[in-house]
Design a protein around this ligand. Sequence first.
Ligand code: SF4
Length: 308
Amino acid sequence: MKVPKEEENMKAGIENGTKIGKDLESVLARLLCLLATHLPKDVAQRIREMAEKENDGAAKKVYDCMLENMSLADSLARPLCQDTGIPNFYVKAGADFPLLGSLEGILKGAAAKAFKDAPLRPNAVDPFTSKNTGNNEGPLAPYIDWQIVEGDEVEITAYLCGGGCSLPGFALVLTPGEGIEKAKELIVDKILEKGVNACPPLVIGVGIGASADIAAKLSKKALLRKIGTENGNPMAKDLEKELFEKLNSLKIGPSGMGGAESVLAVNVEFGVRHPATFAVALATGCWATRRATFRIGKDLKVVSEDFD
Ligand code: SF4
């Protein structure tokens, strides 16, 4: 990972909470800028592998465009896509992390700084008036999801959540009788109907749980899991494999041009359900799935394994 210079300052200024907070904000802003311009290693690698395996002429051309896009975004330090999304942060915060109380302000400050520096596109729109707030800020923007854990470190997964790639998403509650078979049917039908709008090949996140909100949250978290990882539960892993094969058999291909594969990965996350409910949700990420995990130690050193 390209290490931002401020990291040294952060360590030097450990006694000065305000300065450290500002430095951390600055480092995280740089990392968001990096994320807007670079795919994480696992997504980039999977795109390259899919491009190599593809035999369809039109699909090959689309992959060539994606690879050229990635290379130009890197060399020119420009965003990979005009839709730079809305920053989402998924935070696992150690209860003893030194800046825990300031972290929300630091993340919001980092998003505001990256908005100007990257630059990121203003994507926050009032749902009633359709007025753009003009700065990517507003209720729940940036979105921050918290989990407090033991320890003195923080793990933050940042995701630049685009619009098109969110379009096929849904969350609903089925009866247990409908259960998993109906859930599979709905997911395949939805990708067939709207997958092309989400700039395939897609990352598919599936959440299963007791209620629509829990399933929706899990589907988004599933989206953030690295490509190539599997759910540790054998039945969830089988579901990932089955959906992966079914969705690829749709032959949607890159940008919907047809082709051998349609999905980058299928990740399933689940919680228990109520005896009377079977909630399922779908979240999708596009070929430009820009998410990366950063770890911040108690010495405030920032590390990520998602970039070269
Ligand atoms: S779906 Fe992804 S690649 Fe397509 S416009 Fe949105 S962010 Fe860009």
